[in-house]
Write a protein that binds this ligand. Structure first.
Ligand SMILES: [Zn+2]
Length: 183
């Protein structure tokens, strides 16, 4: 098959002709229907000539295994959505001296794989005019550490960011007690 003017899928990034082999076919179709109804009709309209040389038995087998795959993927996405609901961002206030605190934000990755922690850390740095960087915490996961007592401001910022992304994740505040003990 010749592909003229290849259109790349906004969901799975493959040429739209290949969406049906991916795991996000259902979403891909919705996307295409939205962005390019003409192409959508071309591919999935009811009057498409099916010139496939596959026997109908074979075809049924393939479509049923595809359906199974898609169902599995849907279940997985549901599970992930469920996990997302249950997980939360942690904003930890950690005393450095009796009056000085730093703030560590962990679990930010649950906001999505497109979250750029370095970028967020940078914007915190300029927003609060203080040091802010990404480092590994005790669980070897990335967290943003800000030099300053800005837990509330951070929550405001994150709430706005989530609103923008259309997601809802709980934010939990933790304040560590000050001890004189050195680690
Ligand atoms: Zn696709």
């Amino acid at each position: 098959m010749m592909i003229h003017n290849t259109i790349y899928c906004g969901i799975c990034t493959l040429p739209v002709e290949f969406c049906e082999f991916g795991k996000t076919f259902k979403k891909c179709k919705l996307w295409l229907e939205d962005t390019n109804p003409e192409k959508f009709n071309n591919l999935y309209g009811s009057n498409v000539n099916n010139t496939s040389s596959l026997s109908s038995e074979k075809e049924n087998q393939i479509s049923s295994s595809l359906a199974k795959m898609q169902l599995k993927e849907e279940r997985k996405q549901e599970r992930e959505a469920e996990n997302l609901k249950n997980s939360k961002i942690l904003i930890k206030r950690i005393p450095r001296t009796k009056h000085k605190h730093i703030v560590a934000i962990s679990n930010l990755e649950i906001l999505g794989s497109d979250i750029d922690m370095k970028k967020i850390a940078k914007s915190f740095a300029s927003k609060f005019a203080t040091g802010s960087s990404v480092s590994k915490n005790a669980e070897k996961k990335d967290e943003i550490v800000i030099q300053g007592d800005v837990a509330e401001e951070v929550e405001e910022y994150l709430t706005a960011l989530m609103k923008e992304k259309g997601i809802e994740v709980k934010i939990e505040h933790v304040t560590e007690r000050f001890t004189n003990k050195k680690k």
